[in-house]
Write a protein that binds this ligand. Structure first.
Ligand SMILES: [Zn+2]
Length: 399
């Protein structure tokens, strides 16, 4: 068996950054380089694999048909926050708990990131300070590829039928756009796209967006008395009518928020873009309601102003699905218990492809892959956790 970290390094060195400013699918063709490499590696193991017309990689490993067919999913792209690939990741063996100098400018320090202290004596893989590592989600891919290699080389072991899918463009919210539930042909599935391997995620935000367009009245400022209605100032007033405690910088855990992402405009017209997030659908409805109330208040106070709201639902908490069908959660929880491993269930403060896939009819909680501080230069992977997840998945497939 090839070491998981060696697979990981090979995948990480391929730049697979996705792009929000693209009209193609996948958004960047370089993701196909990794897709084709994964397909070739699977084929070389004697496994059936394909890259479909959208760049998704599918692979099937037949198994004991009396068991549920289990899907494993990871994404190939990396976030467009920093460049990935084209650099030498570095191993830190037996981490001693001190600062890790990434380069002349940047240091990964437990003073800034206290949870690093939990990784003492472990092996970390870190960046050169100028790239993101891409452990999100190539750590997931490396673990799944190790699972494929293991069962391709140990055909006598009884295990559940395995269904693999690697998706492009997850980081730009399009990873599940062309996911084919029928082709996947699984009963339950898991994305390996979390961080700590002691976390099982099956709750995510309910999400909506709201575009607020405010039209004021423009006039020469010298003659403006009792006539000008400044759309910029109305925007500030509008925002102040929303709950000031319900913003990202003041919320955590199950607390939702309204996040003003962008504002642009002038005296006549001003536009604000918000995202609304909450794990509780009812509270999210109240948040939407508060936007409607703010609109009413502004329009009553300034009859000549116009406020236009465009509220759109984006994605839904997968928890509601699992309230009715929790087999995927029960099975993984049982696996942790049998292995005497502790787990917690942490609500995701975002969305996942797993949530979208769940609502396509394939229940898909999220598991950890050992990655930390993703989407930036301080990203690192805990090698022991990749092996831990490998063992967890093996146990899940064989029991
Ligand atoms: Zn990810």
């Amino acid at each position: 068996m090839e070491k998981i970290e060696n697979k990981f390094i090979r995948y990480v060195k391929i730049d697979t950054e996705s792009s929000e400013n693209s009209s193609t699918y996948p958004s960047t063709s370089k993701q196909l380089i990794l897709a084709n490499l994964l397909k070739d590696e699977l084929n070389n193991l004697g496994l059936e694999a394909e890259v479909d017309e959208f760049g998704l990689v599918y692979c099937k490993i037949e198994g004991d048909n009396s068991k549920k067919k289990i899907g494993l999913i990871a994404h190939m792209d990396t976030a467009p926050t920093l460049p990935g690939g084209n650099f030498e990741p570095r191993f830190i063996y037996n981490y001693d708990g001190n600062d890790i100098k990434l380069n002349e400018k940047y240091t990964l320090s437990p003073k800034q990131f206290p949870t690093l202290k939990n990784e003492i004596n472990k092996t970390l893989i870190v960046t050169d300070g100028e790239h993101l590592l891409g452990g999100d989600d190539k750590a997931g891919i490396a673990i799944i590829m190790a699972i494929c290699e293991y069962y391709a080389k140990n055909k006598d072991i009884n295990h559940a039928p395995i269904r693999i899918c690697f998706t492009p463009d997850e980081e730009i919210g399009s990873g599940a756009d062309h996911f084919d539930v029928k082709k996947m042909d699984a009963d339950i599935a898991y994305t390996l796209d979390g961080g700590e391997t002691n976390q099982i995620n099956y709750e995510n935000f309910n999400a909506a967006s709201c575009k607020v367009q405010i039209q004021g009245v423009g006039i020469h400022p010298g003659d403006a008395k009792d006539k000008m209605i400044n759309a910029i100032l109305l925007s500030v007033e509008f925002n102040n009518l929303l709950n000031p405690e319900m913003i990202p910088s003041k919320t955590e855990g199950y607390q939702g928020f309204n996040h003003l992402e962008e504002i642009s405009g002038d005296v006549e017209n001003c536009t604000m873009s918000y995202i609304l997030r909450n794990h509780d659908e009812n509270i999210l409805s109240q948040q939407k309601e508060s936007f409607l109330k703010a609109k009413e208040t502004i329009e009553n106070k300034y009859p000549l102003a116009k406020v236009n709201l465009e509220i759109k639902d984006q994605y839904r908490n997968m928890k509601y699905y699992f309230d009715k069908d929790d087999l995927a959660i029960k099975k993984i929880q049982e696996t942790y218990k049998q292995l005497n491993l502790h787990y917690t269930s942490v609500p995701i403060r975002g969305g996942t492809d797993g949530a979208r896939i769940t609502y396509m009819g394939l229940p898909c909680p999220n598991l950890g892959n050992g990655d930390r501080l993703c989407h930036g230069r301080f990203e690192h992977v805990v090698v022991q956790e990749m092996y831990e997840m490998f063992e967890i998945i093996k146990h899940l497939l064989e029991n």
